[in-house]
Design a protein around this ligand. Sequence first.
Ligand code: NAP
Length: 232
Amino acid sequence: MDRTALVTGANRGIGLEVCRALAGRGLRVLLGARDEALGEEEAGRLRSEGLAVRAVPLDVGRDASVAALVGRLDGAGERVDVLVNNAGIYPSDPLLGPDGERALAEALAVNLLGAVRTCRAFLPGMVTRGHGRVVNVSSGYGSFGEGLEGPAAYAISKAALNALTVKLAEEVRGSPDVKVNAVCPGWVRTRMGGTGASRSVERGAETIVWLATLPEDGPSGGFFRDRRAIPW
Ligand code: NAP
């Protein structure tokens, strides 16, 4: 059956690679980008590789942007079967510093509430249709079990994204073919991860793609790296 995936924050980095990999597996891919022109440039490149990828404007930090996308897809009779909440920012100001509160607010607005917005927009449709996959791109920095390392605002926002994953998975438990999972991609060479990171974008995307295409008997409500469960 034809499936459509929406990947947020996909004009570069891990998200862009997830688009390539999902389209390579035969999914129709909506490449979400704040800057539609940038998104379309990347989508065009992927189309020239023979992949079914289209850019859609999406700023997950703004309710109006998510609502506009929902309206546009509804109007075109398009559904979202796979949602990859990849968009993320990495504010590094210390919490007690002059910009600490702003940094936390910004991190929560994108890394947590961005996923809340898209899940509220697209998860109910998955439940109604009885099929769907949500992948929340989190981080080991959001894991209490791994020491909640990294800058405070980022770590708190990713721990909250992990909590969101657990609670949403609980809410959709009655639909066994709707799965909600979180993933740590590892330390990846992107604008966020930097050039010294240990992993390629292909490696970073691998477990995300696995979770986005899980079979019906696959896990839900888990946190994974390299296809293995890791502690919350
Ligand atoms: P990246 O290269 O900095 O890309 C981040 C993407 O998110 C960009 O496309 C950016 O768009 C987008 N974005 C930021 N705010 C947005 C918003 N409000 N609405 C929509 N898109 C927005 O980072 P990356 O390394 O690929 O990171 C992808 C995900 O992996 C993030 O959630 C990150 O926390 C997670 N992660 C990364 C690493 C790593 O080592 N790289 C490790 C653990 C977890 P613009 O171009 O418009 O800014």
